[in-house]
Design a binder for this molecule. Structure first.
Ligand SMILES: Cc1ncc(COP(=O)(O)O)c(C=O)c1O
Length: 393
């Protein structure tokens, strides 16, 4: 059986052994040096000024949206666009923080918001921000989206939880907007068991993220940031220990995740390369079956960091046949949450405005994916190609 996730870590055995030795050594296990070292290494790898680690991609998403509100870039009631094909915790902060979530349809070839779908939505809603989701390592015309957002004063943020390492227009995804979020959950590209990160080049966003991550206090701020906050609020060193400057939560990661992040990041380029090599082999054989599948466009992407292989079948009958053929051989799942506005949670709490989302709808009805992990052998890839191409309807 080819499962979605083959192992918890890249280089599973040696990573588990290193983790056991790390625990045995003793010392601090709550947020500390390991996490800080991982943050510095990750910022460097990503090409960002700041990286702030979180307990998950979901808490990273929440904190990033909240940081934009602390900085008055967004206020309650503002319309924020999001990809109609995404993960629930991309939208959750918009709902919980009192913003107006606006679903934007995706392009069927890239599974992402395109400048065209963004423009259509902007004409109808006065979007103040857009939270992109780079689904399964893919992206659309990111340069076009950045320039549309700049022209129309829209804050751009990126949910890069599914696209760690994808490069487009010479830059890694997650670095095109005011902030980009990442997930290190075991099923994703790089694992710290659970974990997340926000990268940004904006000093103020980085400071707010560290306040939000830890109860609203200043403990993880730089000395000059602490000094300025304490002076502004007339707080001495004794009371500074328990002074809470803004809304915050406990979204901190542990040293276990920081330690694992440092180890796994050393393999990140290898992991991305292997997944990309698999993706290209699979795509050449499978996506080219245009009678069975809608094409996926990747020519504009310089490095495709894909961790699960997407398929959108031309008909429901093809999708049903694939479910039958894969049973007991390959683990397949729906293409994330499909048209997320059809999810029960969204019907309960999402926007009351109905949007036409024809492409998200096709993905909902006929999309699926299977795992693309770095340990897939040549034989595994041949098996996948056989299952997903060698049949007739
Ligand atoms: C696009 C996207 N955003 C956010 C998340 C949440 O990440 P985490 O599981 O680390 O909370 C996921 C999780 O799968 C995701 O796919």
């Amino acid at each position: 059986m080819l499962n979605l996730v083959k192992s918890a870590f890249y280089k599973e055995k040696e990573t588990r052994r290193a983790l056991a030795r790390f625990i045995e050594r003793g010392g601090q296990l709550s947020y500390g040096k390991e996490c800080r070292d991982f943050e510095s290494a990750f910022a460097k790898w990503q090409g960002a000024k700041y990286a702030v680690m979180f307990s998950s991609g979901s808490t990273a998403n929440f904190a990033l949206v909240q940081a934009l509100m602390h900085l008055h870039h967004l206020k309650r009631g503002d319309a924020v666009g999001f990809s109609a094909v995404t993960w629930p915790t991309n939208i959750l902060p918009l709902i919980q923080l009192g913003l107006k979530p606006v679903p934007i349809d995706v392009d069927l070839k890239t599974l992402n918001i395109s400048p065209k779908t963004l423009q259509t939505s902007f004409k109808k809603h006065k979007l103040k921000a857009v939270f992109l989701t780079h689904v399964l390592g893919l992206c659309d015309d990111i340069k076009g989206i950045v320039s549309f957002c700049k022209k129309n004063k829209i804050f751009l943020i990126e949910d890069t939880c599914e696209a760690l390492g994808t490069v487009c227009d010479g830059k890694k995804l997650g670095s095109f907007g005011l902030g980009g979020t990442f997930s290190f959950f075991i099923g994703h590209h790089m694992s710290t068991i659970e974990g997340g990160m926000v990268v940004t080049n904006d000093e103020h966003v980085s400071r707010e993220l560290r306040i939000i991550r830890s109860h609203g206090w200043d403990r993880h701020l730089e000395p000059h940031e602490q000094k300025s906050l304490r002076e502004r609020h007339g707080v001495d060193d004794f009371y500074a220990q328990y002074t809470f400057y803004n809304l915050g939560n406990n979204f901190r990661p542990t040293e276990v995740s920081g330690f694992l992040g440092k180890i796994q990041l050393k393999h990140a380029d290898t992991i991305v390369n292997k997944r990309e090599r698999n993706f290209k082999k699979l795509s050449k054989a499978i996506h080219s079956k245009s009678d069975l599948y809608y094409p996926i466009e990747t020519r504009h992407i310089e490095v495709i960091s894909n961790f699960a292989f997407p398929l959108i079948t031309r008909t429901k009958a093809v999708q049903e046949e694939l479910v039958r053929r894969a049973r007991g051989k390959v683990e397949i799942r729906p293409l994330i949450a499909g048209n997320i506005t059809r999810q029960p949670f969204y019907k309960l709490h999402g926007s009351m405005h109905s949007e036409k989302l024809p492409n998200a709808e096709i993905i909902h009805e006929r999309g699926l994916y299977f795992g693309n992990n770095p340990d897939l052998s040549h034989k595994d890839i041949q098996t996948l190609i056989e299952i997903f191409t060698n049949f007739k309807i």
